[in-house]
Design a protein around this ligand. Structure first.
Ligand SMILES: NC(=O)c1ccc[n+]([C@@H]2O[C@H](COP(=O)([O-])OP(=O)(O)OC[C@H]3O[C@@H](n4cnc5c(N)ncnc54)[C@H](O)[C@@H]3O)[C@@H](O)[C@H]2O)c1
Length: 372
């Protein structure tokens, strides 16, 4: 199969669909890969790195889209890219179609077969192509929070781990899923005092087993939330209620009762945020202060560490990309119900129920669409 990798054109996107190591694997499987010139430059991979593993470098995106049978990207295609796609071609990338009627219409008109990273599942019902970005964001949240606790960023002037003779800071992680677990790990590594709140007893038990007595696991009630938020120097918002808006767990009223200079990092901001006073920020201007509390609410945290994020994403996407290239998409999708869950659009039809219902399209189950 001929696989194409365009340079990402979304504002401030430095990641790339395939790293040279992934290209090498595809070529070892007998496929050809065309890469747009400088596609990997944002992660320090120049054209020679791709040439060295056997990729063909082409001068512009149009040439990639014209040649490729499968286009592998990171972000949803921008309007100019949508217009370069066609029926019979496969697009494998993050799509997030439900809130994006414009993109959906353009891709339906193109007739392209589109598999969305974010809806591919695993055997346990998890979302394996979202996990790497949650891991990155969870680990980054402590790094970002530690920086915000410094005086120059409006923080209380605390070092997370303290020093001998001076107490460490209190870190509260709300939501002990993928983001939360990675935040806990980093906070413990810096020797802060760490508490996690979760609504799932099962999850708390798993965290207790994983981290032992060094982690304080607390069942999340309104009472517990108030008690631990008011005593925290750094709060990480990492909750997710699948299919629902994120609950506003920390209210504005509570801010006034926290210690001045404490920090809120709302990782869940991409789903609306779990602090009442959160609004999305960017890496260019990541923080703001409300009632003496520093807020860090960057909606696309992994973008700042594009190189790590790209490698992590490739580790998760490569097995699927290989299956799609080796078998062709009809066979690969028919063989793997988890990959089939990723099919969002095929031949002008919406094949993912939540996207169809969000945007008012008729829904055609993926298996029926593939038989068209
Ligand atoms: N800002 C970014 O760049 C970025 C990057 C990756 C993920 N995220 C977001 O981070 C959030 C967490 O993602 P995840 O992968 O860890 O999800 P996850 O499903 O693995 O974990 C969510 C956890 O929240 C818990 N929870 C739900 N309601 C709760 C409540 N009321 N109190 C306490 N805990 C509660 C759940 O039991 C679960 O353990 C999501 O909103 C995700 O979209 C943001």
């Amino acid at each position: 199969m001929l696989i194409g990798v365009p340079k990402e054109i979304k504002n401030n996107e430095y990641r790339v669909g395939l790293i040279p190591a992934s290209v090498r694997e595809l070529i070892l499987h007998g496929h050809q890969v065309v890469v747009e010139s400088e596609a990997g430059i944002g992660i320090g991979m120049d054209d020679d790195a791709y040439r060295a593993v056997g990729a063909e470098i082409v001068g512009d995106a149009r040439a990639v889209f014209e040649k490729a049978e499968m286009v592998v990207k990171v972000k949803e295609p921008q309007p100019t890219e949508c217009r370069l796609l066609r029926e019979g071609q496969l697009l494998f990338t993050y799509l997030h179609l439900a809130p994006d009627p414009n993109q959906t219409e353009l891709l339906l008109n193109a007739g392209v077969t589109a598999i969305a990273y974010e809806t591919v599942t695993d055997r346990h019902g998890g979302l394996p192509l979202l996990v790497p970005m949650s891991e990155v964001a969870g680990r980054m949240s402590i790094q970002a929070g530690a920086m915000c606790l410094e005086k120059s960023h409006g923080g209380a002037g605390l070092l997370l781990g303290g020093v001998p003779g001076v107490a460490p800071a209190n870190v509260l992680v709300i939501g002990g899923g993928v983001v939360g677990t990675n935040a806990i790990r980093m906070a413990m590594g810096l020797e802060a005092r760490v508490t996690v709140l979760d609504r799932s007893l099962e999850r708390l038990a798993e965290l207790d087993l994983q981290f032992g007595g060094r982690l304080n696991t607390i069942y999340s009630t309104k009472e517990a939330l108030e008690e631990y938020v008011l005593d925290a120097d750094l709060v990480i918002g990492a909750v997710l209620v699948p299919g629902a808006a994120t609950p506003k767990l920390v209210t504005r009223e509570m801010l006034g009762r926290m210690r001045p200079g404490s920090v809120l990092v709302d990782v869940a901001i991409d789903q609306g945020g779990c602090f009442e006073t959160s609004h999305a920020t960017t890496h260019a201007d990541p923080t703001y202060i409300v009632d003496n509390i520093v807020h860090y609410c960057v909606a696309n945290m992994p973008g700042a560490v594009a190189r790590t994020s790209t490698f992590a994403l490739n580790n998760a996407t490569l097995p699927f990309a290989l299956a799609l290239a080796d078998k062709g998409f009809p066979r690969a999708l028919a063989d793997d119900p988890c990959l089939l869950e990723g099919l969002n659009l095929h031949k002008g039809r919406v094949t993912y129920e939540a996207v169809a219902s969000a945007l008012g399209y008729d829904y055609l189950p993926a298996r029926e669409a593939l038989a068209l």
